[in-house]
Design a protein around this ligand. Sequence first.
Ligand code: FE2
Ligand code: FE2
Ligand code: FE2
Length: 182
Amino acid sequence: MKNNMTAANLRSAYGGESMAYQRYKVWSKKAMDEGFKNVYRLFNAIAYAEEVHASNHFKAHKDLEGDFLVPSMAGFGIGNTSLNLDKAISGELFEVNEMYATYIKVAEFQQEEGAKKTFTWAREAEKIHADLYKEAKLAVDSGKDVSFNEVHICSVCGYTTVGPIPDKCPVCGADTTRFVTF
Ligand code: FE2
Ligand code: FE2
Ligand code: FE2
């Protein structure tokens, strides 16, 4: 990696994903307390996808060692599950429409292929996360748990699905053995 701006974006994304992991773990427990077992599972599964994103960003930064202060966007607050889902949706959409959308463009311009790949993998998963959280919020707002239960995560790129495990990950090409089910 040769360019400061892409390096700073990788660090910021690493920070954002790390904090999203923690936030979703807290919110998953809140969903369990409120009796929404499938929403608990969803937050937990997506937390794992964010962990995959964070570690991919960390690895893409490998040739630049040292200590850095890392500013990242981080949402705070523990509301009820409906409010937490609202915050989760806006966080995911921020990543899709602003953060990763522009980080990918910068990485492209700076010909940083490794960073471009990890940002693209993350952005593809965040689109799905926003949709799944929207579905969960609709259910919770009508007093029900969301209907899907098992959530599958690609351990290579963080791709997320509530359908059957694909033969090949549509985002990174990993095979079925690389999927983790929650
Ligand atoms: Fe992510
Ligand atoms: Fe996400
Ligand atoms: Fe994948």
